[in-house]
Design a protein around this ligand. Structure first.
Ligand code: FE
Ligand code: FE
Length: 197
């Protein structure tokens, strides 16, 4: 499946300029991977592709700008987020996209808003975008190949491995860990136990 196979109503050239080459390539990878996961798990393919394309729309903004925009949009800024403002690129992106890229689909915007920390209440679409973000083809880290395979066999298991991986790297780098990542991890573990995994 290639990028042109999914016709989304979006100015891709404008997006490419906004993101820059590296982030645009990552975004195309997330879009393609999200599309494949949507196909596998019965989510809306067009929404998955679109969400993947624009999920990092606010990623290049500075910490100061992210904080300013978050307060402009009335987004909650907890003390972890205040100390790690880059976490805001997800919700700030979701707030900017209706204004700057005419994306108003609430399901797509919700998926984008929680793609960095995860949360205990995520739609199938949001889960797909979260996972696609960490397994898209340009990602390269120990275990990514195994995670790519698991993603198409056991969505909950792969998400659990992905969030535990992220939490591990946050701890290893001495960063603050957002409680929403912990809730997401616990939610997935509870689901896994319920289905006897
Ligand atoms: Fe991101
Ligand atoms: Fe990303």
């Amino acid at each position: 499946m290639n990028a042109s196979s999914m016709n989304v109503d979006l100015d891709q050239e404008r997006l490419r300029k906004h993101l820059g080459p590296e982030l645009y390539r990552h975004s195309l990878g997330v879009a393609e991977t999200a599309l494949e996961l949507a196909e596998r798990y019965g989510a809306d393919k067009r929404r998955a592709y679109l969400a993947g394309l624009v999920h990092d729309y606010a990623k290049n903004l500075s910490a100061e700008r992210l904080l300013a925009l978050a307060s402009h949009f009335g987004l909650p800024i907890d003390r972890i987020t205040r100390a790690e403002p880059r976490l805001l690129h997800a919700p700030v992106g979701a707030a900017l996209l209706p204004l700057e890229m005419k994306i108003t689909d609430a399901a797509v915007l919700n998926a984008i808003a929680c793609h960095t920390t995860g949360s205990s209440r995520m739609s199938l679409l949001a889960r797909i975008v979260y996972l696609a973000d960490v397994i898209e083809p340009s990602r390269d880290y120990p275990g990514v190949e195994r995670l790519r395979q698991e993603a198409f066999q056991d969505l909950t298991g792969a998400l659990l491995a992905a969030v535990e991986n992220t939490i591990g790297s946050v701890l290893a780098r001495g960063l603050l860990l957002h409680p929403r990542s912990v809730s997401f991890r616990n939610q997935l573990l509870l689901e896994k136990r319920m289905i006897g995994g």
